[in-house]
Write a protein that binds this ligand. Structure first.
Ligand SMILES: NC(=O)C1=CN([C@@H]2O[C@H](COP(=O)(O)OP(=O)(O)OC[C@H]3O[C@@H](n4cnc5c(N)ncnc54)[C@H](OP(=O)(O)O)[C@@H]3O)[C@@H](O)[C@H]2O)C=CC1
Ligand SMILES: O=C(CO)[C@H](O)[C@H](O)COP(=O)(O)O
Length: 479
């Protein structure tokens, strides 16, 4: 091995190993380091035929092996391991070097880390990456934040290994500070919603329509030929075809139904609550995972409330058509909610994320890649990021068309006892948005009654309080 490394990958697990191989396959010499002794050397050895790797045994050796200014990419678990890896690099790197955190870090941590690292004359870039193991290897979607200046050095490197959509790299500078990790967080929130919607469609077809996993797989494959075309639909069809080798049962019946989560979905929901954003489908999808994991309560509920007996009544092609429309409508609403949350965050945190550009880099490489993203990109090319996606003319026509089918699906599932939390939340969101007299008028009155929190009137400006304790109920104008 001769020459110095163009880039280092720190953490050679699922993502780091694949991304390092991707860099090497594109002609970059890659330094490798992992906290587990011998792992970097093993990765270098196993994949030596794919390009040039320089495994390092310690941080000093790593720094020595790299050309300057150095670029090191962290793919280590979020939280404490990320802080440790950053501290380690700060000790051995020099002014002008760039540390890129591609883990799923919380954007607030990213902003804290950027301040600390910058004080040491190094650059720090919080950067989202999506595509899982195969995306990292073959071309992921990459969402870098941090200083735009750092992107001048980083851009060509990252764009050389990102996914390409019709010749355009699925990588762009998203915005300063934690903007890169913020949009990755919301990407994952949308991912949770997409996954839950498809799972709910599966549930309805299985237990309302009495279809087998293989039959549902065929439905999903058919849907994948139309506007619902997406990576997640494709892999869902594939999973439902799979038979467990040990038992010869459908794999879906063998796998434990308690869904895990590593943080990004619940951070999206927590941040939506902080911002007052209405990301209700993402929230429903995140809570659906939480409920699935409440094993003790679920077992208890079946004993106390009685076994779940869904009302199976094969619905034929009507149910299939309605469900396809409902899932598509809900998918649009979930993306709309996520993108509106990003827009609200931009206003709150001083970013200017270009939603058309963002949709364009999600068209390939990432987990939520879908045909819909092309429509979203085209829709946002008008530069109006304030109007929610679902209210833009072309998109709202699809939602209007989907509504009767969506309502039929949700009302039928409620009667049949099949829970569709995300589909139901999406429909309730649309009904709430359109309703001119929401019951929150009563909430406001209750707040004023017990806490003198005041209210506004429909018929005049200002803020008011009613003296509820006084039988005359006098109203006071406060401003
Ligand atoms: N898997 C996925 O689909 C995706 C993951 N991500 C994010 O990428 C990051 C990495 O994920 P993934 O590859 O799946 O995780 P893995 O656990 O497979 O790999 C992480 C690697 O980093 C090593 N490591 C831990 N701490 C340090 C340290 N301080 N210095 C150097 N190496 C260290 C780990 O060693 P050890 O095992 O000994 O702790 C392990 O080899 C995470 O933040 C994850 O959220 C982002 C997009 C997709
Ligand atoms: O970022 C990812 C995909 O985009 C990772 O696969 C992430 O781990 C998914 O989140 P979770 O583990 O919470 O399902």
């Amino acid at each position: 091995m001769t020459g110095k490394a163009d880039v280092a990958v720190i953490g050679t697990g699922v993502m780091g190993r694949s991304l390092a191989r991707n860099f090497a396959r594109h002609g970059h010499t890659v330094a490798l380091f992992d906290v587990a002794p011998g792992r970097a050397a093993q990765v270098a050895q196993e994949h030596s035929a794919e390009g040039n790797f320089i495994p390092a045994q310690d941080p000093a050796e790593l720094a020595q092996s790299m050309s300057t200014p150095r670029v090191a990419i962290l793919l280590v678990p979020a939280g404490e391991p990320t802080d440790q890896a950053i501290d380690m690099l700060c000790e051995v790197f020099s002014a002008g070097d760039i540390i890129v955190d591609m883990g799923n870090s919380f954007y607030v941590d990213t902003e804290r880390r950027e301040k600390l690292v910058t004080q040491r004359d190094l650059h720090f870039v919080g950067c989202g990456i999506s595509g899982g193991e195969s995306g990292a290897l073959n071309g992921p979607a990459i969402m870098p934040g941090g200083a735009q200046k750092a992107y001048e050095r980083l851009g060509p490197l990252l764009e050389s290994i990102s996914a390409q959509f019709q010749g355009e790299p699925c990588c762009t500078w998203v915005g300063p500070g934690g903007a890169g990790h913020y949009v990755k967080m919301v990407h994952n929130g949308i991912e949770y919603a997409d996954m839950e919607l498809l799972s709910e469609a599966y549930q309805l077809l299985r237990y309302r329509n009495g279809m087998s996993p293989k039959e549902i797989s065929e439905v999903f494959s058919r849907w994948n030929e139309g506007p619902l075309h997406s990576y997640l639909l494709e892999i869902s069809a594939d999973i439902l075809q799979h038979t467990d080798a040990k038992t010869n049962q459908p794999f879906i019946d063998i796998i434990c139904d308690e869904a895990g989560q590593k943080g990004t979905g619940s951070w999206t929901v927590q941040n939506a609550l902080t911002l007052g954003a209405g990301s209700t489908i993402i929230a429903a999808a995140t809570f659906a995972r939480a409920v699935s994991s409440q094993r003790v309560h679920r077992d208890l509920a079946r004993g106390v409330l009685g076994e779940w007996v869904p009302d199976t009544a094969p619905g034929g092609s009507d149910l299939l058509d309605n469900l396809e429309k409902a899932v598509y409508g809900a998918k649009i609403v979930a993306y709309s909610q996520g993108l509106s949350q990003i827009r609200t965050a931009c206003k709150e945190y001083g970013w200017t994320v270009d939603l058309a550009k963002l949709a364009s880099i999600w068209r390939a490489g990432c987990i939520i890649q879908a045909q819909l993203l092309q429509d979203i990109m085209e829709t946002y090319q008008d530069g109006d990021f304030d109007t929610p996606l679902l209210l833009k003319p072309a998109i709202s026509a699809v939602i209007k068309d989907a509504l009767p089918a969506w309502r039929a699906v949700v009302s039928d599932s409620i009667k049949a006892g099949i829970a569709l939390p995300a589909l139901s939340a999406g429909l309730a969101y649309l009904d709430s948005l359109r309703c001119p007299s929401l019951p929150t008028a009563l909430v406001q009155a209750q707040r004023d009654f017990f806490g003198a929190h005041t209210y506004r009137r429909r018929d005049c400006e200002g803020s008011f309080h009613t003296r509820w304790e006084n039988p005359q109920r006098p109203e006071i104008a406060l401003s």
